[in-house]
Design a protein around this ligand. Sequence first.
Ligand SMILES: Nc1ncnc2c1ncn2[C@@H]1O[C@H](COP(=O)(O)OP(=O)(O)OP(=O)(O)O)[C@@H](O)[C@H]1O
Length: 206
Amino acid sequence: MTAKPVTLTGERLSCIRDDRVLFEALSFTLTEGQVLLLEGKNGSGKTSLLRILCGFREADAGRVLWCGEEIDDSRYYADMAYVGHLDGIKKELTVLENLAVSLALGRPGYFSIGEALEKVRLAGYDDVPAQSLSAGQKRRLSLARLLITHNPLWILDEPFTSLDKAGIALIESLMREHCAAGGMIVLTSHHDIDLHDALVQRIHLS
Ligand SMILES: Nc1ncnc2c1ncn2[C@@H]1O[C@H](COP(=O)(O)OP(=O)(O)OP(=O)(O)O)[C@@H](O)[C@H]1O
């Protein structure tokens, strides 16, 4: 039996909020190594589309498929990692405890916890409660979760928020490595991203 190709497909997706059509009949297919960049002004529906792709909200019409199957199965949730506005961090836990919980819930990824902390420049912060971190450090911690578990699909809502220049360059290089390893990324960003154009599909919501 041949394995199905790894794809994320949006099929004629529509979203309506308070009688306003944010988007309608939106279709795309993302394959291994590709990035889908959602662009558009504030309130245009980027986060709403991400939430539909994550399965947190149903589309008003259309379907989301992972490897050709509807996303209501556990395989999708094992394969997908979401980093949203709220960082997904447990503030009462330490940096190390936060990552240990993520690792326990997922499959081991590219890096150990120690290596991931080095990468995101949080080495030495292991025992610091997450609530004491700065906004940029919290964002780095939430992104470190992507490195310690194996998730072919990353869904990232404004991943560069609160990051300094070095942090932005770091995330871009992690995204390039993820795509080179066959991963896929869907993200929203108000910043330009430094990725090879051939990898990037853009959807502009208006
Ligand atoms: N839970 C909700 N109930 C009703 N309306 C909502 C809800 N969430 C979002 N909206 C509305 O949907 C529209 C799109 O919001 P969304 O967060 O998807 O925009 P966005 O493109 O991500 O914006 P931003 O760039 O500001 O993050 C907005 O007008 C918002 O008020």
